[in-house]
Design a binder for this molecule. Structure first.
Ligand code: FA5
Length: 348
C-alpha cells in the first residue's frame, strides 16, 4: 500500500513534468498549473488523499508529496523563464532596427590615388601611360642616358646592383629612375611621342623625411617637330595648377642631368613652414620642395634613336609621386607611406 502510494506520487510528478515540457506559452503554463497544483489538480488530489492513510504511511507519502510539489513549482518557474528567453531571442533575431555589424573597408593607398590623379592630368594633356621593367640593364639606366661608367654623375644615383654570375653577364640593377623608358620607347616608336611612365625606383641611400630607398616616379617624354622649352614649361605649369591649385607657387631653376640640355628642376613652395624655418624637416628653410627634374632631351639621344635632331626635339621630366602626395596632403615625413600604420593609411 505504502509503495503504491509513493509510486502514485512519482507517477503524478513524472506525468506533470512531461506535460510541462509541452507547454509553450503563458496560457498553457496556467492550464498546467491548475491541472497539477490547482484546487482540483492531480498533485493536490494526492495531498487530499493523505488523510485516509494510516499514520506512518501518511508521514512518508506526505513528505514525498510535498517535495514533489516544491519541485514542480520550481519546474514551472524554470519553464516560464525558458519560454521568456526563447521569445526574447527570436525577437532580437528579427529586430530590423539594430545597426549592422561594421565591415572594415580597405582603400587605395594615398600614393596610388595621387599616381592615378597625375596620370589622369597628363592623359588629358595627350600623354599615354606606358610601363617598363623595374630590373634594368646598366646600359639603359645609365649608359644610353649619357652617364658612362666612372662618370661623376653616377654619384647622383646610389644603386642596388645584382650580382653577376659570370664576368661576361650584362650589369643589372634595380632602376634608380624611370628615365630608362625614354630610351626604350624612343628606340621603338616614331615621333610624335607623348608618354607618361609610372613606376617604382630604388636607391641605395639613407632615408630621411623626404627620401625613401624605394619611391615611385612618373616620367614624361614628348618628342615632336618644333618642341621647345616653352612647351615644357607650359606643360609643367598646367600640371602644377591642376594638381595643387592656382594659389601654389612653382619655381623652375637650372639643374644638370646628362640626358637633357638644358636641365631644370621644378619645386613647389613649402607647405610645412613659412619658408624661412631652418629647422623645417620638409624644406630645411629653403622654402621650396623639389618635385621633379626635367629638361630638353639631349640631341645625341634623339640622334642615337635614328631621328634627325635638327628636325625633332623633345622634352622630358621625372617627378617623385611621394613628394607630390606629401605636398597635396601636407604630410611631413615620407616614411609614413610605407611603414604600414593603419591609423595613417585609413585617413585617405
Ligand atoms: C631623376 O631621377 C631624373 N631621372 C629626373 C629627370 C627626368 C630629369 C627627365 C630630366 C629629365 P632626381 O634624382 O632628381 O632625378 O629625382 C627626380 C624626383 O624623384 C625628385 O625630384 C624627387 O621628387 C624624387 N626622388 C628622388 N629621390 C628620391 C627619394 N630617395 N625619395 C623620394 N623621392 C625621391
Amino acid at each position: 500500500m505504502t509503495s503504491t502510494t509513493l509510486d502514485t506520487v512519482a507517477a503524478v510528478e513524472a506525468e506533470a513534468r512531461a506535460r510541462l515540457a509541452e507547454a509553450a506559452d503563458e496560457a498553457a503554463l496556467e492550464a498546467w498549473r491548475l491541472g497539477v497544483l490547482g484546487r482540483s489538480g492531480s498533485l493536490t488530489g494526492v495531498l487530499r488523499g493523505l488523510g485516509a492513510l494510516p499514520e506512518d504511511e501518511r508521514r512518508a507519502v506526505g513528505a514525498a508529496a510535498n517535495i514533489a510539489k516544491q519541485a514542480l513549482e520550481a519546474a514551472l518557474d524554470a519553464r516560464r523563464e525558458e519560454l521568456r528567453r526563447a521569445a526574447l531571442g527570436s525577437m532580437e533575431a528579427l529586430d530590423v532596427t539594430l545597426p549592422g555589424r561594421p565591415v572594415r573597408r580597405g582603400g587605395l593607398h594615398p600614393v596610388t590615388q595621387v599616381r592615378r590623379e597625375i596620370l589622369d592630368i597628363f592623359a588629358r594633356l595627350g600623354f599615354a601611360t606606358v610601363e617598363g621593367p623595374e630590373v634594368e640593364l646598366d646600359e639603359y639606366n645609365f649608359g644610353r642616358l649619357r652617364i658612362p661608367e666612372h662618370h661623376p654623375a653616377r654619384d647622383m644615383w646610389d644603386t642596388f646592383w645584382f650580382e653577376r654570375e659570370q664576368a661576361t653577364d650584362p650589369a643589372m640593377l634595380l632602376r634608380t629612375h624611370t628615365s630608362p623608358m625614354q630610351i626604350r620607347f624612343i628606340e621603338q616608336h616614331e615621333p610624335p611621342i607623348r608618354i607618361a611612365v609610372p613606376g617604382r625606383c630604388y636607391r641605395y641611400e639613407a632615408t630621411d623625411a623626404t627620401h625613401e630607398w624605394m619611391m615611385q616616379q612618373i616620367e614624361l617624354l614628348a618628342v615632336d617637330e618644333g618642341l621647345s622649352m616653352a612647351n615644357l614649361k607650359g606643360t609643367l605649369q598646367e600640371f602644377a595648377r591642376q594638381m595643387f591649385g592656382p594659389e601654389r607657387r612653382v619655381l623652375m631653376r637650372n639643374s644638370y642631368f646628362p640626358f637633357v640640355e638644358p636641365g631644370v628642376e621644378l619645386s613647389v613652395d613649402c607647405f610645412a613652414c613659412p619658408g624661412n624655418n631652418p629647422a623645417c624637416p620638409v624644406c630645411r628653410g629653403s622654402g621650396w620642395i623639389e618635385i621633379m627634374g626635367a629638361g630638353m632631351v639631349h640631341p645625341e639621344i634623339i640622334e642615337a634613336a635614328g631621328f634627325d635632331p635638327t628636325r625633332y626635339t623633345g622634352f622630358a621630366a621625372g617627378m617623385g609621386v611621394e613628394r607630390v602626395t606629401m605636398l597635396k596632403y601636407g604630410i611631413t615625413d615620407i616614411r609614413a607611406f610605407y611603414s604600414n600604420d593603419p591609423r595613417f593609411l585609413a585617413q585617405f
